[in-house]
Design a protein around this ligand. Structure first.
Ligand SMILES: Nc1ncnc2c1ncn2[C@@H]1O[C@H](COP(=O)(O)OP(=O)(O)OP(=O)(O)O)[C@@H](O)[C@H]1O
Ligand SMILES: [Mg+2]
Length: 231
């Protein structure tokens, strides 16, 4: 067995809603190998988004550890976490989180600016990604001038910009039509064939059935973990 690209050990997250603790994640452990294309399914409130935000270093777990490439990233200091995130992780948020004052182009460009990619290279890559997403004609529009599905595709393009080792995508096809959905799944499949590791949260069986492995969450725990042997 190769060393996993991602390891999660005894991860728990408890939120306080007033005085009542909500156990969003309870003692979750699992490993992901480089190049796996994996889906996370489960009912609303089962902890899927919480899980992705712990792996993506957007929030700290209550207890437990996340290792990326053997490094315990949950021990990273507050000023180190954004650097690890920028270098290793692409995140597609459930609600897109695009910057409202920037165009589609600007939203993809800024991810690379933070990573100090030279301007000409950024421009070339942003155009390439947005064209791939079918947004070439809409590159100069701001998020408020784009449909939900278009914004979602900008968010996907942004997550791919720095060729991260791991892409974490929360419902990346929630707002798009079936043709675009299939295109996005194919694209993610291609990235995983080239060694990037992809975790998608989805409610859509047409998406999960195309992944290599399906993790099903229930009440903050992994209820099942099934290899579908796509590879
Ligand atoms: N910031 C927060 N403060 C308090 N409780 C939270 C917070 N974020 C999530 N929760 C709670 O944690 C639990 C898991 O939420 P989470 O968003 O991870 O679910 P989910 O599986 O992503 O659901 P959905 O499919 O609706 O997106 C829920 O009970 C939710 O209400
Ligand atoms: Mg969610």
């Amino acid at each position: 067995m190769n060393k996993p690209i991602l390891s999660v050990r005894n991860l728990s997250k408890t939120y306080m809603q007033g005085k009542i603790p909500v156990h969003a994640l309870s003692d979750v452990s699992f490993d992901v190998q480089k190049g796996e294309f994996l889906s996370i399914i489960g009912p609303s409130g089962s902890g899927k988004s919480t899980f992705l935000s712990m792996i993506g270093l957007l929030d700290k777990p209550t207890t437990g550890s996340v290792y990326i490439d053997g490094v315990e990233v949950t021990k990273a200091k507050d000023n180190e976490a954004p650097v690890i995130r920028r270098e290793k992780i692409g995140f597609v948020f459930q609600h897109f989180n695009l910057i409202p004052t920037l165009s589609a182009f600007g939203n993809v460009d800024i991810a690379m600016r933070f990573a100090r990619v030279p301007k000409s290279r950024r421009k070339e890559r942003a155009i390439e990604l947005l064209t791939q997403m079918g947004l070439r004609e809409r590159m100069n529009h701001r998020p408020s001038e784009l449909s939900g599905g278009e914004q979602q595709r900008v968010a996907i393009a942004r997550s791919m910009a720095n060729k991260p080792a791991i892409i974490l995508a929360d419902e990346p096809t929630g707002e798009v039509d079936t043709k675009t959905r299939d295109m996005i799944v194919e694209l993610l499949r291609g990235l995983s064939d080239n060694g990037q590791t992809i975790l998608v949260v989805t409610h859509d069986m047409a998406v999960s059935s195309k992944t290599d492995r399906i993790i099903s969450m229930l009440d903050g725990m992994i209820a099942s973990d099934v290899l579908t042997n796509k590879k």
